[in-house]
Design a protein around this ligand. Structure first.
Ligand SMILES: [Zn+2]
Length: 306
């Protein structure tokens, strides 16, 4: 089915296009259906309709980080205990990836800071830090646990004049796929960065995987749409091409890194044949990403402000 932007349908956040093809997945939440769709021009994948701001407020209410966080729920651990176990990885990422790409950085802003685990690690490295977090419960926990005062707000609605041009590094982990207006947030972050500053994100790349790329047109041909069990948290699904183009629209220099989760660390959501098939394909995809640097199920994207 085609949806025309001019008829009140979605307009592509990346290219402004208004013609979308149905993707073979959808969500049902609050009695409403959200269809996966793909821009015909630039291939950006989004939802039609997007949840409203009021719905997003409900999605990230008190219990978002309280144990049922999507992706961790079936591992049987709370977000907090999972993040507690990531301290060494957080330090390694900060030193090995962020400070390597922006040597001498003194100030770091995190958007989507959750309970402040990463910011606390950055503060311990001697950086001046600040963070934005949409969930009031997570922001409260950051204060109790780490003494961090996060700005509790949706980054899409934040206006902090004192932050403009201030930050050497702005970091967002697992945030970009949750934004209603990623191009607008990129514009905003670009203003917040100091000259030479680095914007770094990491994000999932389910539709960047070779297995998903192969399966999608087959499911489209069969006219099948799978209902995904989660609430519509992911408003966009990115590939190397679409997220790279989004960054290139704002930053002069861009780097996209593809990573693949080792098959034994995959968070399998069930033992159904579909998921076991996915595991088998992933076992082939994983070495392919190592060899080619493409088709990762995780991506890191870096943009440098001139
Ligand atoms: Zn587009």
């Amino acid at each position: 089915m085609k949806r025309e932007g001019a008829d009140g349908g979605p307009t592509c956040n990346l290219c402004g296009g208004g013609v979308f093809a149905d993707m073979p997945f959808h969500y049902v939440w609050e009695g409403q259906r959200f269809d996966g769709v793909q821009c015909r021009d630039c291939r950006l994948i989004t939802l039609s309709p997007l949840p409203t701001d009021a719905q997003l407020q409900r999605l990230y209410g008190e219990d978002y980080f309280a144990g049922k966080l999507h992706g961790l729920d079936r591992l049987g651990v709370s977000y907090e205990s999972w993040a507690d176990g990531q301290a060494a990885r957080a330090r390694a990422f900060l030193r090995g990836e962020l400070l390597r790409r922006r040597p001498g950085a003194a100030r770091l802003l995190e958007i989507g800071a959750a309970m402040g685990h990463f910011l606390a690690a950055a503060r311990d490295e001697g950086l001046e830090v600040a963070g934005v977090e949409i969930s009031a419960a997570a922001a409260r926990r950051a204060r109790e646990k780490f003494g961090l005062d996060l700005l509790c707000a949706n980054i899409e609605q934040v206006d902090q004049p004192a932050w403009r041009g201030r930050w050497d590094i702005v970091y967002a982990g697992d945030l970009f796929e949750h934004l209603r207006d990623p191009a607008g947030v990129l514009r905003h972050v670009h203003e917040l960065l100091a000259p030479g500053g680095l914007f770094a994100i990491n994000l999932p790349g389910t539709f960047n995987l070779l297995s998903t790329r192969l399966a999608t047109p087959l499911l489209q041909l069969a006219g099948r749409s799978r209902r995904l069990p989660e609430a519509p948290y992911h408003l966009y699904e990115y590939t190397t091409a679409t997220v790279g183009r989004l960054f290139a629209g704002r930053f002069g220099r861009v780097e996209v890194v593809n990573l693949a989760t080792p098959p034994w660390r995959l968070n399998l959501k069930s033992r159904s044949p579909a998921y076991l098939g996915k595991l088998a394909l992933h076992a082939l995809n994983w070495p392919l990403t190592g060899l080619t640097g493409r088709y990762g199920d995780r991506m890191q994207v870096y943009g440098w402000k001139d």
